[in-house]
Design a binder for this molecule. Structure first.
Ligand SMILES: Nc1ncnc2c1ncn2[C@@H]1O[C@H](COP(=O)(O)OP(=O)(O)OP(=O)(O)O)[C@@H](O)[C@H]1O
Ligand SMILES: [Mg+2]
Length: 365
């Protein structure tokens, strides 16, 4: 069993071209063929001792069973494995899911798919992947981290290899920082030892104690091994609202100049973002060495959502509850959200965040 998982980890689990459901039967077919040959080639029944024949059949059956059970993909079908999917499949699933489910975030889709695909297909990665997701509330940061997790592990956030930390929940007391540091480091070390392709999601980075961020730093660095463990296959995702004002400023500039939102380029955002995050004392990155040592690979900017995106979120939410879409309710819910700046009313100040609560009101009537 352990060998099966190890085979998957080092990529010797075979290509997926034939489809995962087909492959386990190959071992079985081979063993069954062996059994048929054995019976065909065997001398006439009376010349064979019944005990030997019985043993031969039992042996062939056991070998068929072993063939099936030891096939990594079948094992991983019943029990979760560290890195279940081939990188091309991960990238395709990620792209499809973001295209279909994420609204108004063209930069996010582009950066995230490229980053994850590139990282997973690089067997010689020199450091773990570190993504930093920034933006206004309710614009999809947690949603995207969930989609990334689901594209790599079928069980997504529930996977044994995906770990989510929320600063205010898991590390609430500044005076316990040293304890948290030790716990966090041994948690990361322990889990990466079990599964090198572990995913760690840190939410509310802007509320995270700077000392704690520095405690994560060694894991993100270019070390080959730290105490015998390599972190080079792990994925770290940081979420925060830091830099949201800067992102909104750039988006608003585009809007005021009559330019399309989709024409905003990554370069319009990235430098401004890293500087504004770094200089903001409350961003959680403050005096952290993550940025100045280039340990963050990608800053991913989430644009503030517009009225039309809110409507899209409302539609999805109504459909997911199994109701027929009532355009009147849909418009009323989107209209109830508040938009900023005050004069132009372009961006939803809670993004899509309170949409489901507002719908409860209409559907409970
Ligand atoms: N861009 C989007 N496209 C589609 N749905 C979205 C988008 N943004 C948010 N949503 C919906 O709104 C919900 C809340 O968003 P999410 O929790 O991801 O926001 P967030 O960016 O993490 O906000 P916060 O900064 O307040 O934590 C999501 O679960 C999703 O259903
Ligand atoms: Mg969030």
């Amino acid at each position: 069993m352990a060998a099966a998982e190890a085979a998957l980890r080092d990529g010797s689990g075979g290509s997926e071209a034939a489809g995962p459901a087909m492959k386990p039967w190959r071992g079985a077919r081979r063993a069954a063929l062996g059994l048929a040959l054995l019976l065909l080639l065997a001398p006439p029944a009376r010349a064979v001792e019944p005990i030997s024949l019985g043993l031969a059949i039992a042996g062939a059956a056991a070998s068929a069973l072993t063939g099936i059970i030891s096939y990594p993909r079948l094992y991983c079908y019943f029990r979760e494995c560290c890195l279940q999917r081939h990188e091309q499949r991960v990238a395709a699933a990620l792209q499809e899911s973001l295209d279909r489910r994420l609204f108004g975030q063209h930069l996010v889709s582009k950066v995230v798919v490229r980053a994850v695909r590139g990282f997973l297909s690089n067997a010689q990665a020199k450091k773990p992947l570190a993504l930093s997701l920034h933006g206004w509330t309710g614009t999809g940061k947690n949603f995207v981290s969930k989609i990334i997790a689901e594209s790599i592990y079928k069980r997504g956030l529930k996977s044994n290899y995906v770990h989510q930390f929320v600063a205010t929940l898991h590390f609430p007391h500044a005076h316990s920082i040293n304890l948290y540091k030790d716990q966090l480091q041994s948690w990361i070390r322990g889990n990466v030892s079990i599964c090198p392709r572990s995913i760690f999601i840190f939410d509310e980075m802007d509320k995270m104690h700077a000392g704690l961020i520095d405690a994560i730093k060694p894991f993100l660095d270019y070390y080959e091994l730290l105490d015998g463990v390599s972190y080079r296959q792990a994925i770290f995702i940081f979420l925060s609202n830091a830099g949201a004002e800067k992102i909104t400023e750039v988006a608003l500039d585009f809007w005021r100049n009559g330019k399309e939102r989709e024409d905003i380029q990554l370069t319009d955002m990235q430098n401004a973002l890293s500087v504004s995050v770094f200089n903001n004392r409350n961003s959680g990155f403050w005096h952290s060495t993550l940025i100045d040592r280039n340990l963050i690979d990608y800053f991913v900017p989430f644009l503030p959502l517009e009225y039309k995106h809110v409507k899209m979120c409302v539609r999805v939410e109504i459909e997911s509850r199994g109701y027929a879409v009532d355009e009147d309710i849909l418009t009323r819910v989107a209209d109830e959200m508040t938009y900023f700046p005050r004069e132009e009313r372009i961006y939803s100040d809670k993004g899509c965040k309170t949409v489901d609560a507002k719908l409860d009101y209409y559907y409970d009537l």
